[in-house]
Design a protein around this ligand. Structure first.
Ligand SMILES: NC(=O)c1ccc[n+]([C@@H]2O[C@H](COP(=O)([O-])OP(=O)(O)OC[C@H]3O[C@@H](n4cnc5c(N)ncnc54)[C@H](OP(=O)(O)O)[C@@H]3O)[C@@H](O)[C@H]2O)c1
Length: 264
């Protein structure tokens, strides 16, 4: 019997796809989740919480490879620390982490920066935890997933007038393509900081929203809003983009076409 690969966040948008691909590659998979899951066919679920530390020891026991996809808008450095400590004690041989493009380029210095972009600082702090864990590691920084931008567009479309952060651009990437790369990295030798992964095209925020509204046959007024702070300035300068790493294939239009068909 081979040791199972632990996927934290294996119930999330990215993690579900990672689990699927690991299963396709013939790997045994264990998923850590805060919720209990019924006895699934071929996936082992362990209940635990990376924020409190509860259940992590049991989750890492007997695993050699850990793919850390669990995350939320706050506190990812604490989750990474709890996981890394348990993984070290369990003598894991590869800790794989998913971070975000621009984590090292978006300065989060003021209260305003923290309120709007604290996520990026927390991803950078989590990256450092992984790199300094003493374990062999790989970190992949991905651009925003289509799913995230769809959620933003769906929320925005509920407003009669949509405020759009002026100068913000995105390079949306398919979560399935990120998952495929993450699995490739997880099954390979620890690589440290891997080259970024981003989608095939860069879009203005307003264009992304327009694409969604058009597909939903909705009309909304959009008002540009200039966000304050250094982090917002870095965003306007494209710190969240990786045009030289436009390796994803699926475009926002492809994704929209499929999702809107399903929504209709
Ligand atoms: N979304 C993006 O555009 C994007 C871009 C770049 C990088 N990333 C990174 O990719 C990762 C996955 O993102 P996603 O969009 O797939 O997330 P998601 O769909 O929101 O899923 C989050 C996952 O994290 C787990 N989780 C959250 N808090 C946890 C805790 N305290 N203990 C254990 N598990 C916890 C959840 O599991 P349960 O609810 O089952 O406990 C869930 O499976 C995150 O690290 C995120 O920062 C995302």
């Amino acid at each position: 019997m081979t040791s199972p690969i632990l996927v934290t966040g294996g119930t999330g948008t990215l993690g579900r796809q990672v689990v699927l691909r690991l299963r396709e590659a013939g790997c045994d998979v264990r998923v850590l989740s805060r919720r209990t899951h019924g006895a699934a066919t071929d996936i082992e679920y362990v209940t635990g919480d990376l924020a409190t530390g509860e259940g992590i020891e049991a989750a890492v026991e007997g695993t050699e490879i850990i793919v850390h996809c669990a995350g939320s808008s706050k506190g990812d450095e604490d989750k990474a620390l709890n996981l890394a400590q348990a993984a070290s004690l369990a003598r894991a041989r590869h800790l794989v982490y998913i971070s975000v493009v621009g984590a090292d380029r978006i300065p989060v210095v003021s209260g305003v920066d923290r309120a709007m972009f604290g996520y990026f600082a927390s991803k950078l702090a989590a990256e450092r935890v992984v790199a300094e864990s003493g374990l062999p590691w790989t970190t992949l920084r991905a651009a925003q997933f289509h799913d995230l931008l769809l959620m933003v567009a769906q929320q925005a479309a509920k407003l009669p007038v949509i405020p759009v952060p002026a100068g913000f651009r995105f390079q949306p990437v398919d979560a399935g393509e990120v998952a495929a790369r993450l699995v490739e990295l997880a099954l390979g030798a620890p690589a440290g900081l891997a080259p970024d992964i981003a989608g095939p095209r860069v879009y203005g925020m307003a264009d992304l929203l327009r694409g969604y509204l058009r597909a939903r046959r909705k009309h909304r007024l959009m008002v540009p809003v200039r966000l304050p702070g250094k982090a917002a300035r870095a965003f306007r300068a494209g710190a969240n983009l990786a045009p030289e790493r436009a390796v994803g294939h699926r475009t926002w239009e492809d994704f929209m076409a499929e999702r809107v068909l399903h929504e209709a």
